[in-house]
Design a protein around this ligand. Structure first.
Ligand SMILES: [Zn+2]
Length: 156
């Protein structure tokens, strides 16, 4: 099981962790922890095998989470795979109404081709869309693809 949103509070401030222990703590792979180190997670100087201070680990994950929390701008949908807002491919999205006032904008990530969606209120649709062309559900079949089960990480 991989943890998409590692909880910074799992790391105890006064402990230090090996790569293995961090991986176990977050239910992730050692290679993910090594990627964190390459991405700037500090390690304790000169430690062999590598040790990571709990305080640094918590701080790193907290900063990373804040970076990842960048809100979608106009014309962007949140991509669960890229973990960042992205423009939909072809600048096109489909609006799927959920009720009279709210719906989902669905598009394909222009970077990784994953499905993305964004909950919008109809009143906000214009501001949310930016320069994205939107199709209404009646036109959906013309796109020629069916939708995967809804991805709910965008709704946090
Ligand atoms: Zn993506």
């Amino acid at each position: 099981m991989s943890t998409r949103k590692p909880n910074p509070r799992l790391a105890k401030i006064h402990r230090s962790y090996s790569v293995e222990e961090v991986a176990r703590l977050y239910g992730t792979h050692r290679n993910t922890v090594r990627a964190w180190i390459r991405a700037g997670l500090p390690t304790i100087d000169g430690s062999r095998p590598i040790l990571i201070a709990g305080r640094d680990l918590g701080g790193f994950l907290r900063a990373r989470r804040q970076r990842n929390a960048r809100p979608c701008g106009a014309g962007e949908l949140y991509c669960c795979r890229c973990r960042t807002p992205q423009k939909p491919a072809g600048n096109r999205a489909v609006y799927e109404p959920m009720n009279a006032t709210t719906g989902n904008l669905v598009g394909i990530c222009s970077t990784c081709s994953a499905w993305m969606n964004r909950r919008v209120s109809l009143a906000n649709l214009g501001a949310v869309l930016g320069d994205v062309a939107v199709s209404l559900p009646e036109a959906q079949e013309r796109i020629g693809e069916s939708h995967p089960p809804s991805v709910n990480c965008a709704f946090k």
